[in-house]
Design a protein around this ligand. Structure first.
Ligand SMILES: Cc1ncc(C[n+]2csc(CCOP(=O)(O)OP(=O)(O)O)c2C)c(N)n1
Length: 330
């Protein structure tokens, strides 16, 4: 593919930014593939929900954000964390419940947070992110700092009352928040075509007076373009908006899910035809040397290897550390 036929966003982004986007997607993929194996050893406390297959959505959105912007995430939050800049080692320590984890081993996979990069937290409460991100957007508006926040939710999460309330309040107060719905087709084992009454997640936005777009969530460039517009709208005082990103999850709902609601062939087809990393490669052909992308994947794998080895060997929280930071001190 030549420069002239590359997606508009590929020309908008510098080579360094394109490489960074691929680096974040490759880190997510390697991190999740490795966790799939590590979980089988029984050494990871609690549940994990893997994000592999959805990389282009988190990275396409977060490449438009600064550290001072906030995101709220879901139970499937590792990809959002990595896309927003969380340290992989700090995350791996956290998932293994170690004292040097990003939340000192007390959050685990579903509660990783790092305010230093604007990550408000993964969230075990489905529909938990929209109220939090709306609150962060209210803070940004009040401070007048041009900050924007993003709420990630799934198609299942889109049915929650918390989401409706947050969208309504965001419109009423004209807040700089982007509601991103990752429609991977399932909430646990229930198809979105069953559980979303209107069958149209983005279509609900109109009922709240919100502009909305639907994008191919496996195409980094499609997501990047949509998020660029939505973030610019919020930053310039234009208010909230909605993005529905259609994507696919490669693994089960949680690690341990027997995946009985889809066939092996369907999962193979998803991996073959809807791989965000392969799609990215096809779109930057002629712009970027594929060997550079191979190298990025090797480096990501090495970083993940090291993080697992270190996390396994690291110390657990001591009993006195367990009671610190549990409640806010006023
Ligand atoms: C308030 C609440 N209700 C139900 C659950 C149980 N639960 C956990 S994940 C999930 C499905 C979420 O589906 P979706 O929002 O589509 O996200 P996905 O898992 O597909 O990423 C449900 C119902 C929960 N954690 N919180």
């Amino acid at each position: 593919m030549t420069l002239s036929t590359a997606p508009a966003a590929a020309q908008d982004l510098s080579t360094d930014q394109l490489l960074e986007a691929y680096r974040r997607m490759a880190k997510i993929r390697k991190f999740e593939q490795r966790l799939h194996l590590e979980n089988q050893t029984g050494d990871i406390p609690g549940f994990i929900h893997l994000y592999a297959g959805e990389e282009a959505t988190a990275v396409g959105v977060c490449m438009n954000l600064k550290d001072t912007d906030y995101i709220g995430s879901t139970h499937r939050g590792h990809g959002h964390c990595i896309a927003k800049g969380c340290d992989i080692k700090g995350m791996m320590y956290e998932i293994f419940g170690k004292q040097d984890g990003l939340c000192h081993g007390k959050g685990g996979s579903m509660h990783i947070a790092d305010l230093s990069v604007g990550m408000l937290g993964a969230n075990g409460i489905v529909g938990g992110a929209p109220p939090l991100a709306t609150g962060a957007a209210l803070t940004a508006k009040y401070l007048g700092n041009h900050g924007v926040s993003v709420a990630f939710s799934g198609d299942g999460g889109s049915n929650q009352g918390t989401v409706f309330e947050a969208m309504n309040m965001a419109v009423v107060l004209n807040l700089p928040v982007v509601f991103v719905f990752e429609n991977n087709g399932f909430g646990e084992a229930s198809g979105a075509d069953y559980s979303v009454g209107s069958k149209d997640v983005a279509g609900r936005a109109a009922g709240f007076g919100l502009p909305a777009v639907k994008v191919d969530g496996t195409d980094f460039f499609a997501v990047y373009e949509a998020a660029k517009d939505a973030v610019a709208l919020g930053r310039s005082g234009g208010g909230p908006s909605v993005i529905e990103a259609k994507n696919y999850r490669w693994f089960g709902h949680f690690e341990g899910d027997a995946n009985l609601y889809r066939t092996k062939e369907q999962i193979e087809e998803i991996k073959r035809d809807h791989d965000p990393l392969k799609i990215f490669r096809s779109k930057v052909e002629g712009l970027i040397d594929m060997a550079e992308l191979d190298k990025i994947e090797q480096e990501a794998e090495q970083e993940v290897d090291e993080s697992v080895a270190e996390a396994r060997a690291a110390a657990e929280p001591t009993p006195d550390q367990l009671t610190v930071d549990v409640y806010k001190n006023y």
